[in-house]
Structure formats: C-alpha cells, structure tokens
Design a protein around this ligand. Structure first.
Ligand SMILES: Nc1ncnc2c1ncn2[C@@H]1O[C@H](COP(=O)(O)OP(=O)(O)OP(=O)(O)O)[C@@H](O)[C@H]1O
Length: 260
C-alpha cells in the first residue's frame, strides 16, 4: 500500500500550516474541502466510485483497481446498509488514512475534513478506521489482549449513540471490538476493545484518575483520535485537557477532526 499515495492521480486534498485556533501541535493539518469532488483514481467510464472497486482479492475474486484497500466483510456490511457509492468526504478520508504519507519519515499530519451536513462524515471516518483495525488485528497473535487503537469523541450522547449504532452495523462479522463510553450505559469493565466511542464526561471517568476505582483506558496502542464536530469540541476546556494528557502519553496519535 505504501506506494499508492504517489500513484493516485488526482486529489484535491492539501496540507496547510496549523492555524492559531487549533492548539493540537500539528505541524501541518491536511484539509479536504469535500463539497468539491475528489478523485481517488480516474475510472475510464467516469462512473461514480463504488466501494466494491476497492475490495481486496478473495476466493478467486481479483481487485478492480490497483487500490485494493478493503476487506470484503466491511464492504458487505456497507452494502447491507445500502451504501454502494463513495462520497467525496469519504474518498478524501480514505486517502488521508489508508494511503502512505507523501513524506514517510515525518509523522502523519492531522486531517481536517469540512463537509456539509448529511454528506456522510460518520462513514468517512468509521470505514477507514475499521479497516485499519482489521489490518492491525490480522498482524497480531490471535489471543492478544488488544487495547484501543481509535478513540472517537462527539459532544452529545445522541451523536455518540448514532455513531455507535452505525459502527455496530459495520463491524458485524469482523473481529473489531467497539465500546460505547457515554451517557448512562454501565461503566466499562475492561480496556480490551479496538474502537471507543465516547462523550467527554464518561471518558473522564476512565482516564487520568487511577484512584477512582474505575477501569482506566489504556491508550498505549492509540493510533487515531477522531473528533466529530471539532469546531464545538476544541472550545471545550475539559476536552482540551484530555487531548493534552493524551499527547503526553502517546505522541504519535493522528488527530482526525471532522468539521461540519
Ligand atoms: N456513500 C453513501 N451512500 C449513500 N448514503 C450515504 C453514504 N454515506 C452516508 N450516507 C447516508 O447519508 C446520511 C447522512 O450521513 P451522516 O449522518 O454521516 O452525515 P454527516 O455528514 O455526519 O451529517 P451531520 O453533519 O448531520 O452530522 C446517513 O443516512 C448515511 O447512511
């Protein structure tokens, strides 16, 4: 997959210096302006890109493009949800997360996706995150106790519940474990999951207070921090504190902000 980034012919996806209003120490934030179509690759008939174009080889089926990015189980789950065609924000996020960085020696830049309401941002982050987890899991011995690779934050319980419900559908038949850390659900009793979907308050019960008697989430394997509705989240003092504390423990997590 490493050479794919350079091969992809067209992508209106660009790096910009970090702005003053974001206090996350990213050297660079990559922006995808997702109301403008972004081509991951040019297909000859100019048909809309379909998720199935990117399935990895399986049982005698060969990939339809050089970018065989997805396991068939994930694409099957999307199809069961009637999702067949990739939307621009989803293509941009796939570029940002599943393709190698153009500068492999540097830490991956953070990624900010700004796209309109209803344009499909939830799948834009869930699909590549679930795929990334599947790939990591395949590399590990089968009984490994895995700790979160991805934490997703949103600012209301309802938003978090919606993300969780979509994620539940997407992970069916895969071995990706998701955990809801929000609202009035019971406190989690272990830290062995791959993707945590969290509100700030409930997450706080499980992070940064070892004396609390509650399970503390182990973030040593964290790779991605996803911030939905980042414009609202970044002004929450408690959230900024959490990010700061995480950064002291995990320097390399890639921050993926989702605008509106
Ligand atoms: N590629 C796709 N093909 C068809 N439907 C899609 C696709 N992606 C997302 N959708 C559908 O579009 C709807 C809106 O998606 P979603 O809630 O993720 O949008 P959003 O950008 O997060 O919106 P909001 O800003 O309101 O949170 C959902 O019903 C979702 O199932």
């Amino acid at each position: 997959m490493d050479d794919n980034f350079n091969k992809a012919p067209k992508c209106q996806y660009q790096g910009v210096p970090e702005g003053d209003e974001f206090d996350f120490n990213a050297e660079e934030i990559h922006m995808a302006y997702c109301d403008t179509p972004i081509d991951l690759y040019q297909n000859d008939d100019e048909e809309p890109l379909k998720y199935e174009h990117f399935i990895k080889p399986f049982e005698g089926h060969y990939p339809k493009t050089p970018y065989a990015l997805f396991d068939v189980e994930l694409i099957d789950n999307l199809y069961k949800m009637d999702i067949t065609i990739m939307r621009p924000s989803q293509i941009a996020s796939i570029m940002a997360t599943l393709f190698a960085s153009p500068e492999p020696t540097k830490r991956k830049p953070d990624f900010l996706c700004v796209s309109s309401t209803g344009s499909g941002k939830t799948l834009a982050f869930l699909v590549p995150m679930i795929q990334m987890c599947m790939e990591q899991i395949q590399k590990l011995p089968s009984k490994t106790h895995r700790t979160p690779m991805v934490l997703i934050f949103a600012h209301t319980k309802t938003l978090v519940a919606n993300i969780y419900q979509t994620a539940e559908k997407l992970v069916q038949g895969t071995n990706v474990k998701i955990s809801l850390i929000a609202g009035k659900t019971k406190f989690i009793d272990d830290t062995y999951f791959d993707i945590g979907i969290c509100t700030i308050g409930r997450f706080r019960n499980h992070f940064g207070d070892p004396e609390s008697g509650r399970i503390q989430i182990d973030i040593s394997a964290l790779k991605y921090l996803i911030v939905d509705e980042a414009d609202v989240m970044v002004i929450e003092p408690e959230f900024r504190k959490i990010v700061h504390e995480m950064k002291m423990q995990v320097v390399s997590a890639f921050l993926w902000k989702v605008g509106y």
